[in-house]
Design a protein around this ligand. Structure first.
Ligand SMILES: Nc1nc2c(ncn2[C@@H]2O[C@H](COP(=O)(O)OP(=O)(O)OP(=O)(O)O)[C@@H](O)[C@H]2O)c(=O)[nH]1
Ligand SMILES: C=C(OP(=O)(O)O)C(=O)O
Length: 243
């Protein structure tokens, strides 16, 4: 007997966002018209090694979590997003983003893969299977300056294209948004040179003036660039506290 498909996750319902009457928000996964955005988040102690030194070592995990919470908050506030589904194996992350209104897809333990791009791509494939077919996108959790309107514009570009695609990061080499369309599965090829890898895999390149979406934070310099755009509240609070 073939394996049963994973059931779609429940959609998020947020009174504040639904109050303005936009019609595309209820539900997620199969049949839903709003986007489901997958956000993978690694165990905090292992995450963002290139960012180490931006704050004292004992605050590094707090900084990583603050950036993730700002990324999730911006996605939740995006009018085109029905559900934010965080793929993580870390209970502290699950509790934090669950309190924000994200749904959590528990990541299967894979100790040896956790530090590799294979770990990230496997986590996203697992998340995509859990949320089911539909308008599904993936985004890293290191976009602390992300503006909901820029994410909305990129998702609308993806929807209008009607085919899978990606948005490259500020450097042009990485990927900050990977999108699928109903009837196709997400094909994550994150890791060094992922923009080219996604293009080679047949994904369309989506361009637009989306500086906060493209501003992923890998290094202390990137954090400075994100600060120049305007950090989300969690990251801003932490950076102000350590100043
Ligand atoms: N769930 C999950 N998320 C991952 C995994 N690997 C990376 N991520 C997430 O994927 C996003 C992009 O990852 P990177 O920018 O490569 O982050 P990183 O591996 O923490 O950073 P470096 O250590 O500096 O390479 C971040 O949100 C990470 O938390 C993984 O194995 N599982
Ligand atoms: C994993 C990626 O992120 P970064 O290169 O920023 O680590 C990617 O862009 O595919």
């Amino acid at each position: 007997m073939p394996p049963l498909p994973a059931p779609p996750l429940p959609g998020r319902s947020t009174a504040g966002r639904d109050a303005d009457g936009a019609g595309e928000r209820a539900g997620a996964g199969a049949g839903a018209t709003g986007w489901t955005v997958l956000v993978p988040i690694k165990p905090l102690a292992d995450a963002k090694t290139r960012l180490r030194g931006a704050v004292d070592a004992d605050l590094h995990a707090d900084l990583v979590l603050a950036m993730a919470r700002d990324t999730v908050a911006a996605a939740l506030a995006c009018p085109d997003v029905a559900t934010v589904a965080v793929v993580t194996g870390e209970p502290a992350v699950a509790a934090a983003v669950g309190a924000q209104g994200a749904v959590v897809v528990p990541e299967p333990a894979a100790p040896d893969a956790a530090r590799t791009a294979g770990g990230l791509n496997a986590a996203l494939a697992h998340g995509a299977a859990a949320v089911g077919d539909g308008w599904v996108a993936a985004m890293p959790a290191d976009l602390p300056a992300l503006r909901p309107a820029e994410l909305a514009a990129a998702l609308r570009t993806a929807r209008a294209a009607g085919r899978p695609g990606y948005v490259a990061d500020a450097d042009g080499t990485g990927t900050v948004l990977l999108t699928a369309v109903p009837g196709t599965s997400l094909r994550p090829r994150f890791g060094p040179g992922s923009a080219e890898a996604h293009a080679r895999g047949g994904a369309a390149t989506f361009g637009g003036d989306w500086p906060s979406l493209r501003r992923d934070v890998d290094t202390p310099d990137d954090l400075g660039a994100a600060a120049a755009l305007g950090l989300g509240e969690h990251t801003a609070f932490l950076m102000n506290a350590v100043r």
